[in-house]
Design a protein around this ligand. Structure first.
Ligand code: SAM
Length: 475
């Protein structure tokens, strides 16, 4: 006779949760970003490496899906928060952060991917059982079923205020940016409806991986040949090769040995414009005053070497100065990397012929790369960077010789970090300077603005929104 105890009728047997490893990894990355202020672009590769080494069959397709889930969820968080808020009966601030992360991950699968709704809901509820418990997984299930009842456009019609009632709030919800960032980018574009929606949407796209073939070390054609059929020539920089299908730059020998690097075309153009600025007299000593991690320094040093000039690359943070040294290793011409505070120059006044000051900034022009950055930045950060940006530009003017050229660059288009800084310094610096028209120095690049400074844009140029003003010291 079978003496095994029988389960009471009607009570389902407890089943241990068995979350899918891709969702679990994506959730772990989101928690790290939320809880420890981790950067997704640092935490995710580490988690992916561990998963791929783990021997559970986690493959490249799993890694691609996990990456899409993490980046997509973070980028679209503003939109998903508005939708989730419409589906729960308490303020979002009262929902436990881990539960909110699970809900956002589910919302992204339902509204931002082609994953079939039933699979999105069941995989996310299974994840919820594992990470927040059975009780709260029922809440997750109920909310996700409400979200699944409509598509993204339907939800946006319901949760975003009409454009005509409140344009900034409308754009903030529809394109998932904080309202103050919408407002700042709009000002930077010059107002009007033109371009703002394209720009906000471009911030939500995955940026292409672009390589730079450092002149004198690697020819662009040579780099293209090594990349193979995935390589597409750059749009603007003669040294750029774009990796159409993403690809793994670290697998390329030219990248491993430093002859090429990963660098957005906007950054390449900034270095090129400074190097192309006309100069009377000697052109031997170049300075990059804010060099870490060294992308622009490596291109500048290679361009300098072609002309028999040398580069000093200064960086305040020792660990970033080490990255600069790594980026410059193997440069064919003379260079020096120093750990130094650019506001207290370790060199005599008027030492350099060309100076780049690529100053610390809010990074509002590189939101495509740092999906969480838009939610971390605060309006007061803009003013916070102002004094250092002005001081570094003043130091740059002091460091360049009379007749020499300074490039003031930011990866933010915010007017308070760009023109306002340049105008203030031009008015108040004891070294006199004049602006040079930077636009003709980048022949063939359209839509650079009204000059004399230039502003690149993700939606117009496919680059980060880099800003560059070129100033010639006149006295
Ligand atoms: C926008 S990043 C420069 C990016 C770099 N040009 C590149 O292309 O790789 C600004 C750098 O300035 C450094 N920095 C901040 N304050 C500085 C100072 N007072 N003097 C020198 N460098 C400073 C930061 O540590 C950071 O590495």
């Amino acid at each position: 006779m079978n003496s095994r105890p029988r389960r009471p009728q009607g009570k389902p047997r407890y089943r241990r949760p068995n979350p899918d490893p891709v969702r679990k990894l994506a959730y772990d990355a989101l928690r790290a970003v939320d809880e420890r202020d981790a950067y997704a672009n640092l935490v995710l590769p580490a988690l992916l490496r561990d998963a791929e080494r783990g021997g559970d069959g986690f493959d490249r397709r799993d890694a691609a899906l996990a990456t899409e889930l993490v980046y997509g969820t973070l980028r679209r968080q503003g939109t998903y928060d508005a939708i989730i808020a419409a589906c729960v009966d308490r303020p979002l601030g009262e929902v436990d952060p881990p539960v909110l992360d699970v809900l956002s991950l589910g919302a992204h699968q339902l509204l931002g991917t082609r994953i079939p709704p039933h699979a999105a809901v069941s995989a996310t509820v299974e994840l919820a059982r594992a990470v927040v418990g059975d009780g709260r997984s029922r809440f997750v299930n109920a909310v996700l079923r409400k979200i699944a009842a409509d598509d993204l456009d339907g939800w946006l019609d319901r949760v975003a205020p009409p454009y005509d009632d409140d344009p900034e709030d409308h754009l903030a919800v529809v394109h998932s940016h904080p309202r103050w960032v919408v407002s700042a980018l709009w000002d930077a574009l010059g107002g009007g409806r033109d371009g703002i929606e394209e720009l906000l949407e471009a911030d939500n796209e995955r940026p292409e991986v672009t390589l730079v073939a450092r002149p004198g070390r690697c020819g662009t054609a040579e780099l293209a040949a090594e990349v193979g059929e995935d390589g597409v020539p750059g749009r603007w920089s003669p040294y750029a090769i774009r990796l159409a299908d993403g690809g793994d730059p670290a697998a390329l020998e030219a990248v491993r040995d430093g002859a090429a690097g990963v660098q957005d075309e906007g950054s390449q153009l900034v270095a090129l414009a400074l190097a192309n600025a006309p100069l009377d007299g000697p052109d031997r000593r170049w300075l990059d005053g804010c060099a870490g991690p060294g992308g622009k320094a490596a291109l500048l040093a290679a361009l300098a070497a072609e002309r028999g000039a040398g580069l000093v690359a200064a960086e305040k943070q020792p660990h970033r100065a080490r990255l600069v040294a790594r980026a410059l290793a193997g440069n064919p011409g003379p260079y020096q990397v120093i750990t130094a505070d650019g506001t207290r120059p370790a060199w005599p006044e008027g030492t350099f012929d060309r100076v780049l000051m690529d100053v610390p900034c809010t990074g509002l022009g590189a939101l495509r790369r740092r999906p969480e950055a838009r939610w971390r930045r605060r309006p007061e950060d803009v003013a916070g960077f102002g004094p250092l940006q002005r001081e570094l530009l003043r130091t740059a003017l002091r460091s360049v010789r009379v007749g020499g050229v300074v490039g003031y660059a930011t990866c933010s288009p915010h007017p308070a970090e760009t023109r306002a800084v340049v105008d203030d310094v031009l008015r108040s610096s004891s070294e006199a300077a004049e602006l040079i028209d930077a636009r003709p120095l980048l022949p063939g690049v359209p839509d650079l603005g009204a000059g004399p400074d230039i502003q690149l844009w993700p939606h117009l140029h496919g680059t980060d929104a880099m800003y560059l003003a070129l100033l010639r010291r006149t006295r």
